[in-house]
Design a binder for this molecule. Structure first.
Ligand SMILES: [Zn+2]
Length: 250
């Protein structure tokens, strides 16, 4: 019988009974799992089965098969992914922009913003071969870093703290984090959100350099720093997940 490997990497499940789900089925083995569990990841558009150590892949397949209607319904309710492709529309700093892949132009950078007389604002990416998506992604990371840097400096000066390091990455679980050593990390996807939302997340993590908790003193610091704190928290609750639709690659 096939066994799920012990390493942390998920095993992808191929089971003819499942048909074409339009999403990968990943099997993860967890020593503490008591029973099989099933979930559909919104951010990664994947079906994830967690297995106790004793179970084999065949049982995982049967389990998904038994719940196939639930899985299909959950997958059907997910918003469509928006890949970084020519003519797709994505938000930048809270404003919808059309992605336009163009021929390299003299005197223009690799990526520049363009405002046509009508229609969406454009993110124009000079492409050669098929490197448009990578170039756009790299530029968005740079923009996220630039925006976050500026807000972090402002909040850190006010609180008289010194962040050690700023990392921008594609993290799905949290918008930002602050380590006990003072290193800050943020999701690049914040650059798609309205600036007051990015500002809130920056202020939140910087405030952790003074208060490494979520107590009343911590929230008072954030509240002082960003007047639209509650609005930003609500925005992330309602629209945050949607930001995970963009530029997904597997
Ligand atoms: Zn926090």
């Amino acid at each position: 019988m096939s066994r799920v490997s012990d390493d942390k990497k998920p095993t992808s499940l191929e089971d003819p009974r499942l048909g074409d789900l339009g999403a990968p089925v990943e099997v993860r083995r967890h020593p503490k799992a008591r029973r099989l569990t099933l979930r559909v990841s919104r951010t990664r558009r994947a079906v994830i089965v967690t297995l106790p150590t004793q179970c084999d892949l065949g049982e995982a397949g049967s389990f998904v098969h038994r719940h196939i209607d639930w899985v299909r319904e959950r997958l059907g309710n997910l918003p469509d992914p928006v890949p970084f492709e020519h003519r797709q529309v994505m938000p930048l700093r809270g404003v919808p922009h059309r992605i336009v892949f163009v021929q390299p132009q003299r005197g223009k950078g690799v990526v520049h913003l363009h405002k046509p007389a009508r229609g969406y604002k454009e993110i124009r990416v000079a492409v050669s071969d098929d490197n448009g998506p990578q170039r756009l992604r790299k530029w968005l990371f740079q923009q996220a870093r630039k925006d976050l840097d500026a807000r972090i400096i402002a909040h850190a000066e006010r609180l008289r703290v010194r962040p050690k390091k700023l990392t921008i990455r594609d993290q799905t679980s949290r918008w930002g984090s602050c380590s006990s050593t003072g290193a800050l990390a943020f999701s690049w996807r914040l650059v798609m959100a309205p600036p007051f939302v990015l500002d809130y997340v920056a202020a939140h993590e910087v405030a952790h350099l003074r208060e490494m908790n979520h107590g009343p003193r911590f929230w008072a610091l954030v509240d002082e720093a960003v007047p639209r704190m509650e609005e930003a928290k609500t925005w992330l609750q309602i629209y945050g997940m949607d930001l995970h639709r963009y530029g997904v690659s597997d």
